[in-house]
Design a protein around this ligand. Structure first.
Ligand SMILES: C[S@@+](CC[C@H](N)C(=O)[O-])C[C@H]1O[C@@H](n2cnc3c(N)ncnc32)[C@H](O)[C@@H]1O
Length: 302
């Protein structure tokens, strides 16, 4: 038991960044459209029949999850799963590909606003990966909600959607530390907006160092689950400034982080590997550098 959180999972050895922790297929899937249309009584009856047909070890695991009845167990523990092999047939209905997926072994991971595991769901397979080194004895955690909001916003969301008061270390920190964290999140948003505005004549004070500054903010904020996007922005920014070696280094790191977050062979990781191989051939190459030179009269793009 983890104080204030119920059952949780604790690392029993040192875990290294990038290690895959769990890979599990869904034990049961419920179509979201059907779930929201049925009343809880009908749901319990139907889900009861489905659970009764599970192999015994799976049924025990399922029934051992938190929640007062089967419907409650699904509501408390399921993950949203999107199956992409269904056609959307009726605009009035929820996307038929949207399901609630039950992964009873996975449902023991508690929420943390600064989690040490990233998870992804491909088709019906749930995978968790360590996004940083984890010491033996640390609790293993995932996040149940997006993490770019302020502490008050995150807490309100967890209360409204999940019905609990978050007891993670990030939420328990002092008012001064929480304010500093909220300010870092605001700084991240501003810097990301500035980095994204590279087509504008006004370059909003962005320099080649703005990329590493963004990565540092994510690291200081311990948002390791989002490092791939920060590293990608930094790599692209170095390409925009025409800095070969640093574009390469950040693109390689971005591809590795992408492998951890999205899994191997993702399109974005491939794109970062291409940037690392041939930065000068990338569509971003030198766009910021040439723009600046033109304005300052230093010369034209060759
Ligand atoms: C999917 S379950 C996680 C496993 C659960 N602790 C158990 O005993 O089976 C989600 C529930 O765990 C508890 N929980 C998870 N993360 C928490 C957190 N950060 N703070 C407080 N309670 C948490 C809440 O009761 C939540 O509804």
């Amino acid at each position: 038991m983890v104080p204030g959180k119920g059952v949780g999972l604790i690392a029993n050895r040192t875990i290294h960044k990038g290690e895959i922790i769990t890979v599990r297929p869904a034990t049961m899937m419920v179509q979201t459209g059907a779930h929201v249309r049925l009343d809880p009584e009908a749901r319990n009856m139907l889900y009861g029949k489905a659970v009764a047909r599970l192999p015994e070890p799976k049924r025990e695991l399922f029934m051992g999850q938190m929640g007062k009845d089967i419907d409650g167990k699904i509501e408390t523990n399921c993950f949203q799963v999107f199956l992409n092999n269904t056609d959307k047939k009726d605009d009035e209905q929820a996307d038929p590909g949207s399901h609630l997926g039950c992964f009873p072994e996975i449902s023991r991971f508690n929420h943390d606003c600064r989690p040490n595991l990233h998870y992804r769901i491909n088709n019906i397979t749930h995978t968790t990966v360590a996004v940083r080194d984890i010491a033996a004895g640390e609790e293993l955690s995932i996040t149940y909600v997006g993490q770019m909001q302020t502490r008050a916003e995150r807490q309100a969301r967890l209360r409204r959607i999940w019905g609990f008061e978050c007891g993670c270390a990030q939420c328990r920190q002092s008012a001064a530390s929480a304010a500093a964290s909220d300010a870092r999140l605001a700084a991240i948003r501003r810097l990301e907006d500035d980095l994204a505005a590279f087509n504008e004549t006004e370059q909003r004070g962005v320099t080649a160092e703005s990329g590493p500054a963004l990565v540092r903010l994510y690291e200081e904020e311990r948002l390791h689950i989002y490092l791939a996007q920060a590293l990608t922005r930094a790599a692209l920014n170095f390409a925009l400034f025409g800095q070969t070696e640093r574009a390469r280094a950040y693109a390689r790191d971005a591809a590795e982080a992408m492998d951890r977050e999205v899994g191997p062979h993702s399109v974005d990781a491939r794109s970062m590997r291409l940037l690392a191989e041939h930065p000068e051939a990338h569509w971003t190459w030198g766009k910021r550098r040439w723009g600046r030179r033109r304005r300052s009269g230093e010369g034209e793009k060759p």
